[in-house]
Design a protein. Structure first.
Length: 306
C-alpha cells in the first residue's frame, strides 16, 4: 500500500498531499496491545486544509506539535467493533465478508458524522462474491433481513457460570431498598431466607424450566443455592471488623462480594463488566504421537490436561 501511494502519478492520479510512511497505519492482529489504542488516537487527528503548511511542518502557532492525520488505514475485521471515529469517510471492502452481520458492522464505521462512501471490491473467481455482485442492489436494499440468527443458550453451563451471579445479585438488590446500597450486602449474614432472595431464586428457576427444561432448572437452582450459601458465609466472616459490600471500596474496610474478571481464577461471584470479558488463557499441551501409536502412551496420559 505504501508503494502504491508513493507512485500515484504512475497511474495518472494526483500525488497524496500528506503522504509519508507514518500516515499509513494498520489495525490488524499483528499489532501489540499498546499500539492499537495509539493508532485509534491518531485516527482522531483532523485534516484542516487551512493549516496545511503547519501540518506538513508539524508545528502550529506557538510551536506546539501537530500530528499528521492518518491518510490510509489497513484493517481486518477487527475494525467492525468498537471503532467510533467521526472523521472516517471512505472504506474499501476487499471481497464480501463471510456474514452479513460482519458486513454491516464493518461498513458502518464510516459516515458517522458526515456522509461516507463504501466501495466493495468483489473477487470474480469466488462464486459467493459473484452472486453478491449480480444481486447487489436487491441485497443492499434488504440486507437487514439477511442478518444471520444467533444461537441462544442462556442456561447452558458456560452461560450460567459467567452470568448467573450478576443476575442473582441484581434481582435481590433491585426490588426495594433493603439490599440496594453497597453496604447492605452484609445483611445476608442473618437474612438468608429473605423474601427477595426466595423470589429471585424462584424467578430464575422458573425461567430456566421454561427455556431449558426441568433438569436444567434443577441444576440452576442448586447453583443459586451454592452462591447464596457462599454469600452468607462471606458476610458472616467479614462481620469481625470488616464490612462486606457489593464492590470493594478504598476505605480499607469494605470487601467486595463481586469480583472483576482478571488473570486470577474465577469464583462463584465473578461478575463480567461486558460481554468481551473472557477467562484467563489456558496452556495447550501438544501430543505428537499418532492415534494408533502405542509409544509414549504413558507419557501422554501423564502430560494430558485435565
Amino acid at each position: 500500500m505504501r508503494t502504491r501511494l508513493r507512485k500515484m502519478q504512475d497511474r495518472g492520479l494526483a500525488n497524496r498531499t500528506l503522504y509519508t510512511p507514518d500516515t499509513v497505519k494498520e489495525l490488524t492482529s499483528r499489532l501489540g496491545s499498546t499500539a492499537i489504542p495509539e493508532t485509534l488516537d491518531l485516527l482522531e487527528s483532523r485534516f484542516d486544509p487551512a493549516i496545511l503548511d503547519q501540518i506538513k511542518a508539524r508545528k502550529g502557532v506557538g510551536g506546539e506539535y501537530i500530528a499528521r492525520p492518518l491518510d490510509v488505514l489497513l484493517a481486518t475485521n477487527m475494525i467492525s467493533v468498537g471503532v467510533d471515529v467521526p472523521r472516517l469517510g471512505f472504506m474499501v471492502v476487499g471481497g464480501q465478508p463471510k456474514t452479513t452481520a460482519e458486513y454491516i458492522q464493518a461498513t458502518s464505521r464510516v459516515g458517522r458524522k458526515f456522509p461516507g462512501l463504501v466501495c466493495t471490491v468483489f473477487n470474480w473467481a469466488r462464486p459467493r462474491d459473484l452472486s453478491h455482485y449480480e444481486t447487489f442492489e436487491h441485497y443492499h436494499s434488504t440486507f437487514y433481513k439477511h442478518v444471520e440468527a444467533l444461537s441462544v443458550t442462556p442456561f447452558s453451563s458456560g452461560a450460567t457460570a459467567r452470568g448467573l451471579a450478576a443476575l442473582l445479585v441484581s434481582l435481590i438488590r433491585q426490588p426495594g431498598f433493603e439490599f440496594n446500597s453497597n453496604d447492605k450486602a452484609m445483611l445476608m449474614a442473618s437474612q438468608r431466607s429473605h423474601q427477595y432472595v426466595n423470589d429471585a431464586i424462584e424467578a430464575i428457576t422458573r425461567r430456566a424450566e421454561l427455556i431449558a427444561g426441568p433438569d436444567a432448572a434443577e441444576e440452576v437452582k442448586q447453583q443459586l443455592k451454592r452462591k447464596m450459601d457462599l454469600w452468607q458465609k462471606r458476610a458472616q466472616r467479614t462481620a469481625q471488623g470488616n464490612q462486606l459490600g457489593y464492590e470493594t471500596k478504598k476505605d480499607g474496610v469494605t470487601i467486595g462480594l463481586l469480583r472483576k474478571p482478571s488473570i486470577e481464577p474465577w469464583d462463584e461471584f465473578t461478575c463480567l463488566n461486558s460481554l468481551r470479558d473472557v477467562e484467563p488463557t489456558a496452556n495447550l499441551i501438544l501430543d505428537n504421537f499418532g492415534m494408533d501409536d502405542d509409544e509414549g502412551g504413558d507419557e501422554a496420559e501423564e502430560g494430558a490436561a485435565p
